[in-house]
Design a protein around this ligand. Structure first.
Ligand SMILES: NCc1[nH]cc(CCC(=O)O)c1CC(=O)O
Length: 321
């Protein structure tokens, strides 16, 4: 690598506990990379309060959707107020604004959902008619499909406030991503992991995306060292599925890709895509293997459309996960 100029790299983040924690973890990793590679960079955190954070009491679809969390951070990047931003991959809109790229997808942690329960340690242990808190149509469609007796109820807020609401609002269980809990060091709160057979995760769940300016070659070269190729391949499959189905809004769909095997032709991916009716009456799933991530995601989406996914998507576009 050529001689690098000293620089303070400004990292923008939302101010939720999870956002701050995962941003801190990425900075730790980047500092280690700088040390190993003799790069003269230091890092500074800048907190950004987004519109999505200010309006926590209104259904997100009414105020403009999930992109709200990301839009102001993207603006700060484009203005040069910050140099990189750590996002949960599953919160990133499908389309990036001109001038910004995803510079790295670090190694994924658990992609799965889990239950935090009042008592018990499995989905089966939930009593008939139990109240389960989730605002995700993807989660409710799959749980309702398996357990039509359950009462799925909306719950919003950051993961810390949702955990508080489990008790305060008398839920029997809430559904959260394991990734957020493990990043917070709260794995001990998990009652049961929901495998991808039971609940296909959200596109990109458990992975982070590190956004930067396309013309910032120093940051791009640094971020390339943080990228995890297997995670990137999986996330590209899943996001191609997302893009083919609806290009950005949040709807009752999920996708989970893994590297099935590696041979002389390279990695072979396997992905399951799902689209479901939020009341659980219809759950469409398709699993296929392929070598090209974009083609695999698109093919699975097209198979599901053939089977009727477009009717569900037309009815439930624009909801928040
Ligand atoms: N929808 C909010 C959200 N966005 C990212 C995560 C954490 C999981 C991840 O990074 O994929 C969560 C919380 C949750 O769904 O439980």
């Amino acid at each position: 690598m050529s001689e690098k100029q000293e620089r303070t790299i400004v990292v923008g983040t939302r101010q939720s506990a999870l956002a701050l924690t995962q941003t801190g973890q990425v900075i730790d990793q980047l500092e280690a990379i700088c040390k190993t590679n003799g790069l003269p960079y230091t890092f500074e955190i800048r907190k950004i309060i987004t519109k999505g954070d200010r309006i926590l009491d209104v259904t997100l679809s009414k105020v403009g959707g999930k992109g709200l969390f990301v839009k102001e951070i993207e603006g700060a990047l484009l203005e040069g107020d910050i140099d990189l931003a750590v996002h949960s991959m599953k919160d990133m809109p499908y389309k990036f604004p001109e001038g910004l790229i995803n510079g790295a997808i670090p190694k994924r942690v658990s992609p799965f959902d889990c239950l935090i329960m009042k008592e018990g340690d499995s989905l089966e242990a939930l009593p008939s008619g139990a109240r389960v808190g989730t605002s995700s149509l993807r989660r409710s469609s799959q749980l309702k499909h398996l357990r039509p007796d359950l009462k799925l109820e909306s719950i919003r807020g950051n993961i810390d406030s949702r955990i508080r609401k489990l008790k305060e609002e008398g839920f029997d269980a809430i559904v959260l991503a394991e990734a957020g809990l493990s990043r917070m060091g709260w794995e001990g709160k998990i009652s049961a992991t929901l495998s991808s057979d039971i609940c296909v995760p959200a596109v990109g769940q458990g992975a982070l995306g590190i956004q930067c300016r396309e013309n910032d070659s120093a940051v791009k070269e640094l971020l390339a060292l943080l990228n995890d190729t297997d995670t990137e391949l999986a996330v590209r499959c899943e996001r191609s599925f997302l893009g083919t189905l609806q290009g950005g809004c949040q709807v009752p769909l999920g996708a989970y890709a893994v590297i099935a095997k590696r041979d002389e032709e390279g990695p072979l991916m396997e992905m399951t895509g799902m689209v479901g009716h939020p009341d659980g009456s219809l759950l469409l799933k398709e699993t296929l293997q392929g070598r090209n991530p974009e083609q695999l995601g698109k093919l699975i989406a097209e198979k599901l459309i053939e089977r009727g996914a477009d009717a569900i998507l037309a009815e439930f576009g624009g909801e928040h996960e």
